[in-house]
Design a protein around this ligand. Sequence first.
Ligand code: BEZ
Ligand code: FE
Length: 285
Amino acid sequence: MNFDERTLTDAVLARMDGCEDARFVTIMTSLVRHLHDFVREVELTEAEWMEGIRFLTATGQKCDDKRQEFILLSDTLGVSMLVDAINHRFAKGVTETTVFGPFFVEGAPHVAQWADIRGGAKGAPCFVSGTVRDIDGAPVADAVIDVWQSDGEEGFYDVQKPGAEPYCRAKIHTDASGRFGFLTVKPISYPVPTDGPVGGMLLTMGRHPYRPAHIHTMIQGEGFAPLTTHLFVAGDKYLDSDAVFGVKDSLVVDFVTNPAGRAPDGSTMNEPFVTATYDFVLARA
Ligand code: BEZ
Ligand code: FE
């Protein structure tokens, strides 16, 4: 009773005395404390509180089975990368992780080495290859690399285009030497979806919505921790200002343009093509 600005926080926390889930108490105690401190610190007005409620309501209403506006909110506020960092404290030398993003689709086809995964996507042909190894340099055979990315001309994922056939998605297996290779298109930078409340938030914050060009990879090897990361295109103008704070120097790769001629898969290309190589290192599970 008679709670005031100072005593209300402890009163709310005391109401959890009957909670039997210790982790839940830890999380809610911290959340309530930080939330109350935030309200006190900024001296939130009633109009601002209402605007916050409106924003969160609109964020929920924008979500459906294909669109997750709350994850986008988490991404653009840096929370996703913070959770990622806390949960993947791998040893030095292990490939760094980055944000998962909303455009992964379960069930991409398993393809052979050097498969063409473009599926009709436009963009410069791009051969991506490399190895998957453990921290001691031993090859990881039969690791499965899930790959997904946007096209190389408009910057859209297939799932962003109603009715489009799947493109630039595949599961590639490493060979006995831990090697992999595939043919895709060179990705370009693209904006995160801006037609919802998060887009409005970015605009009001004075931020652009772009992500630097990248290829998503998720690697699973028997006995190893799964690795979700990106390969970023060196030289992209958004590397220093990724809308979701996902860039790490160690993930920036040279995508080299080559003249027409012999390609890494042994074929002959009669147009210029791009090559990129990367050697992934997995942590033991
Ligand atoms: C993506 O890279 O696909 C992505 C990540 C976070 C938010 C939006 C898009
Ligand atoms: Fe992406």
